[in-house]
Write a protein that binds this ligand. Structure first.
Ligand code: NAD
Length: 251
């Protein structure tokens, strides 16, 4: 039976041009949401919009989530286009595996600018529009926030920051009846994990073989399903608690 938990719901979603963000956009549209889809990649956004089917709709908007004026404009445009914002989902993110001896300030700044600052700016701006009592924010962190992974010091720290930010924000806005839910995937089959620029193949990756889930890597759709649950009325009593979706990799 098709779910229709997002009939009439206005969703602002970042990272919609690929991977988990695209799967989430498609899932929410299939359940009736109107999605204002943001990404740096115009081609990716066009592909997402072209794949969307269902009772909902999708509007695309190219922006860099780490650029403050661009975020202010994206949220303003989303609220104007949709007639408000009910749900914010922050998925946009970058990754780069780097051994500690070659870690640069530029790597650290880029990972924190996109992963933490982008998420924080969208939360700040969207909270001016989210309705008291029903507003929801879902922020995608990572299981790397809680578990050590070689070459991921900078990425893990940036995702730990997203997780900590989300827990404190949840406490700050719970009085308004707004929920904030961090979702932390394990390994997901997306361009982020298959790109050799992100995960150079000359690194010794044997550690990752030892923590691989018996369930294998997740599909983007499996993560999208959990994000949709957290953002829906089915997740209505969830806030300030991380949902880890890692196929038991760390059990
Ligand atoms: P992906 O590379 O397929 O998608 C990331 C999207 O973010 C891309 O469309 C990209 O264009 C967009 N993006 C990057 N920088 C941006 C910027 N500055 N402004 C706007 N958009 C930008 O990767 P994915 O695997 O779908 O990752 C989505 C999220 O899930 C990320 O936050 C990632 O850290 C997180 N995550 C992924 C995995 C995994 O194994 N794939 C695991 C845990 C967490």
């Amino acid at each position: 039976m098709a779910l229709n938990r997002f009939d009439g719901v206005k969703v602002l979603l970042t990272g919609a041009g690929s991977g988990i963000g695209r799967a989430t956009a498609l899932r929410l549209v299939s359940e009736g949401a109107t999605v204002f889809a943001v990404d740096l990649a115009k081609d990716g956004l066009a592909e997402t919009a072209g794949s969307a089917t269902g009772p909902g709709g999708i509007v695309t908007h190219a922006a860099d989530v780490s650029d403050e004026p661009a975020v202010v404009e994206a949220v303003r445009a989303a609220a104007a286009e949709l007639g408000g914002i009910d749900v914010l989902v922050n998925v946009a993110g970058v990754h780069k595996a780097t051994p500690i001896d070659t870690l640069t300030v530029e790597d650290l700044q880029r990972l924190f600018s996109v992963n933490l600052v982008g998420t924080a700016l969208f939360c700040r701006e969207a909270l001016r529009h989210l309705p008291d009592g029903t507003g929801v924010i879902v922020n995608v962190a990572s299981s790397a926030a809680a578990h050590g992974n070689p070459y991921m010091t900078a990425y893990s720290a940036s995702k730990g920051a997203v997780l900590a930010f989300s827990l404190s924000l949840a406490a700050e806005v719970v009085g308004r009846g707004i929920r904030v839910v961090p979702v932390s995937p394990g390994t997901v089959r997306t361009p982020l994990t298959s790109n050799p620029d992100v995960l150079p193949r000359d690194l010794d990756l044997s550690y990752y073989g030892r923590i691989r889930s018996p369930l294998g890597a997740a599909s983007p759709e499996q993560i999208a399903g959990v994000i949709a649950f957290a953002a829906s009325r089915d997740g209505g009593y969830l806030t300030g608690a991380e949902i880890r979706v890692d196929g038991g990799s760390h059990t």
